[in-house]
Design a protein around this ligand. Structure first.
Ligand code: SAM
Length: 279
């Protein structure tokens, strides 16, 4: 099947250049052309493995026209590899639109699996691995970030967020605002010389960053299963109930409060009854 027509999605190292499969090296050596995000970055990898192939640019800014150019090469019967700067293509990296187009046109697509900061950070974190929610990078605007964090509140999972050293402070503050001073994990510079996994309360990590800024590439992780009720301010919940108890049916208040604070319905119902009695 390999070296024949098709799009090859090839994973590359996330730091340590040895982390690449034999198959990935063989495919990169044999395809007709390799598309990458940044030719200077990928050149280093190709030089390391003495792969002499033409590198062409494909990134998030690539137009429909450039996708169609790749498609026409594939339709001519060419083999094309797609790589990103690091890790698995399409995971917070370009490629989705190209893969979608190739699927529509029934072009064969092959995955050449390998490293990703997503899987590495999850398995090294010490957090539960049964349910994982990958947020990628948080959006840029305040309202969209708020919306994303709001959604997490209702989940019972290990949350994975990609972040840069530049924005880590802001993001940690926002997570603290939403979830309180919870314990989080930062997986930093994985597979590189200064690899480090930090596990601590957010406030302690923020203080440390204030003393000495954190550098390199990093992933933030935390588990929400125990936070669902622990972070709720029950005085606030009771006040909320009190404000409505004379005006709305208990069932309606129960539903609203259950949704708002993500508390079990039975618990909210009992709080409503208590509030009614004390009125
Ligand atoms: N597609 C890539 C993958 O599968 O790993 C991810 C690309 S995304 C643009 C880059 C982000 O991944 C970084 O900002 C950081 O959050 C994370 N990352 C990549 N390499 C890392 C590393 N060695 N250690 C920690 N985080 C890393």
């Amino acid at each position: 099947m390999e070296n024949t027509q098709g799009l090859y999605l090839v994973s590359t190292p996330i730091g340590n250049l040895e982390d690449i499969s034999h198959r990935a090296v063989r495919i990169l050596n044999s395809v007709d052309m390799i598309y990458c995000e940044d030719t200077r970055v990928s050149k280093k990898l190709l030089n390391h493995y003495q792969i002499k192939k033409q590198l062409l640019l494909y990134n998030d800014f690539s137009s429909e026209l450039s996708r169609n150019k790749i498609l026409s090469k594939l339709m001519e019967g060419k083999s094309v590899a797609l790589i990103s700067d690091a890790g698995t293509p399409l995971i917070s990296d370009p490629g989705y639109k190209l893969v979608k187009l190739c699927r529509q046109k029934k072009i064969p697509i092959y995955t050449i699996p390998g490293p990703s900061a997503l899987t590495s950070s999850v398995i090294i974190s010490g957090l539960p691995t049964d349910k994982i929610y990958f947020l990628g990078f948080l959006p840029g605007t305040a309202s969209k970030r708020k919306h994303e964090l709001q959604k997490i509140k209702k989940l019972d999972a290990t949350i994975v967020i990609f972040e840069s050293a530049k924005k880590i402070h802001k993001t940690l503050n926002e997570i603290q605002n939403y979830f309180g001073d919870i314990e989080i994990v930062i997986a930093r510079e994985m597979t590189k010389v200064f690899e480090e996994v930090i596990t601590n309360k957010i406030s302690n990590i923020i203080s440390e960053i204030n003393e000495k800024p954190i550098k390199g590439e990093m992933v933030i992780l935390f588990n929400t299963s125990k936070l669902i009720t622990h972070n709720v301010d029950f005085v606030e919940v009771e006040n909320d109930i009190k404000k409505q108890i004379n005006d709305l049916p208990v069932k309606q208040i129960t539903n609203m409060i259950h949704m708002k604070y993500n508390l079990p319905k039975k618990m909210v119902y009992d709080l409503c009854l208590k509030s009614k009695k004390t009125k």
